[in-house]
Design a protein around this ligand. Structure first.
Ligand code: ATP
Length: 373
């Protein structure tokens, strides 16, 4: 049974729809990231699940139990929802030791003293802070404080852990380390995680499923690589992936069941369909989407272009190149670099290029490309 279900949830602040007719089913033990640009409704959604925000309309169930229903007039307070909350400002109590910070909540829940001690040690071991239990928060690094906050949140053993950008105060290196710790933790404690982030890389690397939002509405809900390989619309294709997908405007011609021509004033491609999701018509204005790693450098290719800029980082090089007056970004792996303005050959060897409607942004088809001119 899904662990968290949102049905037709709407939250309005005056005239602003923060979240609109939103449906979501988070499975038991999933790690779902709520992702999207600033103001798209991620935090509001998380706060509605937690009970800190009251929806204007809709229904929310956690573990089969209705915790909010506008129709049935049910609204359980956060402490009755069996959830743990972890925010960006995790605010440890400065006058309490690490031990006390973790045990305090359990004392309030009237746990037995011996059980509290056992639980604090269990949690400390889990997040690797056993040797810090007698210290005060001011004597800890940012990463150590974050671990204490996680231990404190997990101590009462919530089945659901809700997190709002919990790593954004940490420096890049620590954030990376904590991401892998969180992923490990998720597996070890077998809870359901819902995690808000605006960082697509964080969402991709952590999640079992990404819930991508825009303007309070759901754009796509799927595992990270499924979203990456099969974006439902232009917004999703553009938001997911770094460097971003290349987009070229073109017009459809010579369409039949297998293929079509895609032309603009500088380029002409033959596009062979692998899958078609929508009707495509002769003369339709479309946008072709090409992932940077789906353009490969190929010495013998007759598709020649000039190097516009390069960004070598050791593990990979991001190359911007000029193909008949269109700028494309490609990624090539390993320690390679190119002189600016030199000529290189490129190939389009993938069968995962996309065509989107210029009008609605919806994906129309996926397939292979052959550059004709
Ligand atoms: P960010 O990544 O910037 O935190 P978000 O995706 O979490 O953004 P929300 O904080 O959920 O977005 O806000 C969604 C929309 O609702 C925004 O337009 C925001 O201005 C509005 N909003 C949120 N809280 C309130 C409030 N208390 N009163 C009025 N409007 C609000």
């Amino acid at each position: 049974m899904p662990d968290i279900v949102l049905k037709n949830v709407t939250k309005r602040f005056g005239k602003v729809y923060a979240v609109k007719n939103f449906d979501l089913a988070v499975e038991d033990r999933d790690f779902v990231t709520l992702l999207g640009p600033s103001g798209c409704g991620k935090t509001t959604t998380l706060r509605m699940i937690s009970g800190l925000e009251t929806p204007t309309e809709g229904e929310i169930k956690i573990d089969g139990k209705i915790v909010f229903s506008s129709y049935k007039q049910i609204n359980l307070s956060p402490d009755k929802r069996d959830i743990g909350l972890l925010f960006q400002n995790y605010a440890l109590w400065p006058h309490m030791t690490v031990f006390k910070n973790i045990s305090f909540g359990l004392e309030n829940l009237k746990w037995e003293k011996s059980n509290i001690k056992k639980r604090v040690y269990e949690m400390a071991e889990l997040v690797k802070i056993t040797d810090l239990l007698e210290r005060y928060p001011a004597e800890l690094s940012g990463g150590q404080q974050q671990r204490v906050a996680i231990a404190r949140t997990l101590a009462p053993n919530p089945r659901v852990l809700l997190m709002d950008e919990p790593l954004s105060n940490l420096d890049a290196k620590l954030r990376m380390e904590m991401r892998s710790e969180l992923k490990r933790l998720h597996k070890e404690i077998e809870a359901t995680f819902v995690y808000v982030t605006h960082d697509q890389l964080e969402a991709m690397t952590l999640a079992t499923k990404i819930c991508l939002m825009k303007d309070g509405t759901l754009q796509q809900y799927a595992p990270p690589l499924a979203i990456y390989d099969d974006p439902k619309n232009l917004f999703v294709g553009d938001f997911i992936g770094n460097p971003s997908m290349n987009f070229i405007e073109s017009k459809v011609s010579n369409i039949d069941a297998q293929s079509c021509l895609l032309k603009n004033e500088k380029l002409e491609f033959l596009f062979n369909f692998k899958t078609k999701t929508k009707e495509i018509t002769e003369g339709q204005e479309v946008i072709v989407g090409i992932r940077p790693e789906d353009i490969t450098i190929s010495e013998d290719s007759t598709n020649k272009c000039t190097v516009y800029s390069t960004l070598p980082s050791g593990i990979e090089t991001i190359v911007k190149m000029n193909l008949n007056g269109n700028l494309f970004t490609l990624v090539t792996f390993g320690r390679v670099d190119f002189k600016l303005d030199t000529e290189i050959g490129v190939a389009f060897n993938s069968n995962n290029y996309h065509i989107f409607s210029k009008d609605t942004g919806e994906k129309l088809a996926t397939g292979s490309l052959k550059l004709l001119s």
